[in-house]
Design a protein around this ligand. Structure first.
Ligand code: NDP
Length: 295
């Protein structure tokens, strides 16, 4: 496991590879980190598709950005836990934009407050945080531009899903394997849900903190590595970022920094110049200028 520190130089006009033709999609962007990422990318001059599962909340969020003077923001409804919503979104996107440069899989749910560790809706968490991001990504893969620059997928993950949170050496070994497959990831997730159902999950070495959420993010990290390997050398970079403890509704407003701070890091990472852009890494935000790779 490497611990690479990646300094993020200021996003200046001199290292710009993008323009307003560069198109980014952000999920779960009506509030929190997603909304802040949309705003930051608009400030930097990209065209951004703000998506949200609730039409009213998403429209209001996009209107507020238009009201602030951003012309290149577009809204489309997208519930990542719903296949038909993903299909409708991808059709709409293909018709209206055709090509995609950046996907930020940000939408996620947790049903725990900070400090709690109940398992309430594990299927919903896995379906949203892991399968939602995966199915949307797979549906959008044919639309990535992959010519003008390296296209980019950034999955917003969590350090709670880092492999060192696993007490089970065998699960860890499976997920760490260089030849890991999507089938193995799905089998691991299914095993977790099975252990929850049979009441055995606490003895099986799954993460102890926000367990269902942690497993969903662990699976997302693993999928990202498999996808990065599939697109190695094919002008598509796939990384994960833990934004750090951020003051949003997910944390009940607690945290060490704001959603705007987290969004500044997200924007720097997805806008790195093509020659400096890593792939297959899991990054942890240390501060807006520095992130650390844990894989
Ligand atoms: P918020 O709860 O503020 O925002 C989550 C967003 O995801 C909301 O817009 C929510 O929509 C949306 N969402 C939930 N389910 C779906 C769905 N099925 N389809 C589409 N959108 C959905 O949380 P944060 O901004 O804090 O979280 C953003 C990301 O950062 C998440 O991936 C989270 O796991 C990650 N993260 C956050 C940390 C933190 O400290 N805040 C730490 C580590 C990771 P709605 O408003 O309709 O509920």
């Amino acid at each position: 496991m490497d611990h690479l520190i990646l300094p993020l130089s200021p996003t200046t006009t001199s290292n710009r590879w993008w323009s307003e033709e560069t198109t980014a999609v952000v999920t779960g962007a009506n509030k929190g980190i997603g909304f802040a990422v949309v705003k930051r990318l608009l400030e930097l001059g990209l065209t951004v598709i703000l998506t949200a599962r609730n039409v009213e909340n998403g429209s209001l969020a996009a209107d507020s950005l238009r009201g602030a003077g951003f012309r290149n923001v577009h809204f489309c409804c997208l519930d990542i836990s719903d296949h038909s919503s993903i299909a409708a979104f991808v059709s709409w996107f293909r018709l209206n934009f055709g090509v995609l440069d950046i996907l930020v899989n940000n939408a996620a749910v947790s049903f725990n407050a900070v400090g709690e560790n109940f398992i309430k809706h594990p299927e919903t968490i896995i379906k949203t945080n892991f399968y939602g991001a995966k199915l949307l990504t797979e549906a959008l893969l044919p639309l990535f531009r992959r010519s003008v620059s390296v296209s980019r997928i950034l999955n917003i993950s969590s350090r709670l899903g880092a492999l060192n949170k696993l007490g089970s050496p065998s699960i860890r070994q499976t997920l760490e394997n260089e030849d890991l497959t999507n089938e193995q990831i799905e089998a691991t997730v299914a095993q977790f849900l099975e252990d929850v159902k049979s009441g055995k999950w606490q003895k099986q070495g799954w993460p102890e903190n926000w367990s269902d959420y942690a497993v969903s993010k662990m699976a997302l990290n693993a999928y990202s590595r498999v996808l990065a390997r599939r697109y190695n050398g094919k002008k598509l970079s796939v990384n994960c970022l833990c934004p750090g403890f951020t003051r949003t509704s997910m944390t009940g407003g607690q945290g060490t920094h704001t959603a705007d701070d987290a969004a500044a890091t997200v924007a720097k990472l997805v806008l790195l110049p093509p020659e400096k852009l890593p792939s297959g890494k899991f990054y942890i935000c240390l501060d807006p200028e520095k992130i650390m790779s844990r894989l």
